[in-house]
Design a protein around this ligand. Structure first.
Ligand SMILES: [Zn+2]
Length: 439
């Protein structure tokens, strides 16, 4: 019990940055936050994958600091990206799916672009899925914003859009950009030669969307087809990011620009019976990459302490010396607080259209241990896994009192914001979300 009591203050730690000041913005670094949709960490070479999927990202990670145990805090795009944007977990920001429909970001919750804009930054947001469009609240605070309803295959276009904006908006203010790529997300259709580079003899043509009606249950013989195309999609995005990083170097931004790379969530490939994401809270979906490189960031460091998406905004503010009165659930990842043992929660908000024999409700990573509560019918079951000995979560243990109480504490977390329902989706956005299985 003593251990539990000492954990709670860290679990509920709220950082407060005080007093804004925009006069020193000119001396602050530029920031590029790259979010690669549906990218699980263990398919990047720098996280030990057997294929060399990601040479450009590996180089960036080696030049900076990489987090070995970084956690998504929701298993699908809308609530997970809202956590990145707010520094709050999903139960606090309230954005996501509930019984009455999808709730957008609250109109007044401080988010990355509004905080950086207030600090004197010019801001650019480029997104590639309708879940992150203006109707969902993600445009607020960006000087330049665009969102494609379905941006699979648009990585090159998005990089070009950013470079054009960088040239056209140039003034003496630093910039903050959020660039979201959707190319790794299903249906895993990278352009040639990336579509067959890891499986040249592949003759299967079935799309993961064609099997969506069957609950995304894929025949095991099809697995290599989807895995090779997923990996090819990663290499396609990596190639475009290599082009972006090269352009930034050529244009003289290397010494003044922080680059952070992460994902909104990972992806399952039959480990739990289906392909996709959105229902389970196992590590295939929650273990995502995070690395940061740029001026002042330690090079070649690997951090093993668990961390989560709610840490991204407070970390960026600290790196950029931005003082702000916003409160966060996450912490600055370079602070002492991030070195302490603390709980990284994740929650499953309702998600339609997929079939699960057991629905994950919430999870908590605490040191090497992970607690998980699942529901079958009206019955909740509490498990725990030792992630060090059992990283694939194949040996569930009965949750001890510490994990059970951490899970119950998290489940009882009150909502800080009660955002409104998403409204006024146009027909093309609705169609794109239907195709993706989000409606
Ligand atoms: Zn996503």
């Amino acid at each position: 019990m003593q251990k539990l009591l000492s954990a709670f203050p860290l679990f509920a730690l709220v950082l407060t940055f005080s007093c804004g000041n925009t006069s020193t913005a000119i001396n602050r670094p530029n920031v590029i936050l790259i979010i690669i949709d549906a990218l699980r960490a263990d398919h990047l070479s720098c996280y030990g994958y057997h294929r060399e999927t990601s040479p450009s990202l590996d180089s960036l990670a080696a030049m900076g600091t990489r987090w070995e145990n970084f956690q998504a805090q929701a298993p699908w795009t809308l609530p997970a990206t809202a956590t990145i944007f707010t520094g709050l977990d999903a139960k606090q920001h309230g954005t996501g799916r509930r019984l009455d429909g999808d709730h957008r970001l609250h109109n007044e919750v401080p988010i990355i672009p509004t905080v950086f804009s207030s600090a004197g930054y010019r801001t650019c947001g480029l997104f590639n899925v309708a879940l992150l469009n203006e109707n969902h609240g993600f445009a607020r605070g960006f000087d330049n914003y665009s969102c494609a309803d379905f941006g699979g295959g648009r990585a090159a276009v998005t990089v070009d859009e950013f470079l054009q904006w960088l040239e056209s908006s140039n003034d003496n203010r630093p910039f903050m950009a959020v660039i979201h790529f959707f190319d790794v997300h299903d249906p895993y259709n990278p352009p040639p030669p990336y579509d067959t580079m890891y499986f040249p003899d592949d003759t299967l043509t079935v799309s993961v969307w064609e099997i969506a009606a069957g609950g995304r249950v894929v025949h095991p013989e099809h697995l290599e087809h989807f895995l090779s195309r997923y990996d090819g999609s990663i290499t396609w995005v990596d190639t475009q990011l290599g082009r972006l990083f090269g352009e930034l170097r050529m244009r003289g931004y290397s010494d003044s620009t922080i680059i952070m790379v992460t994902a909104d969530h990972g992806e399952e490939f039959l480990e739990w019976g289906f392909i996709g994401h959105g229902g389970h809270l196992y590590q295939e979906v929650l273990h995502i990459p995070l690395f940061i490189a740029g001026p002042g960031i330690p090079a070649g460091e690997v951090i093993i302490e668990p961390a989560g998406q709610f840490d991204i905004l407070p970390t960026l503010l600290s790196i950029c010396s931005i003082e702000d009165t916003t409160s966060f659930e996450g912490v600055d990842l370079f602070s002492m607080a991030a070195m302490d043992q603390r709980s990284i929660p994740a929650s499953q908000l309702m998600f339609n259209g997929q079939v699960f024999d057991q629905t994950s409700l919430a999870s908590v990573v605490f040191g090497n241990m992970k607690g998980l509560v699942t529901r079958r019918g009206n019955s909740d079951s509490y498990f725990m896994f030792n992630l060090q000995d059992d990283p694939n979560e194949q040996m569930p243990l009965e949750a001890d009192s510490t994990l059970t109480e951490l899970l119950d504490y998290y489940r009882a977390t009150p909502m800080l914001w009660d955002p409104p329902l998403v409204q006024d989706l146009d027909s093309s956005s609705t169609r794109a979300l239907e195709d993706l299985g989000y409606i």
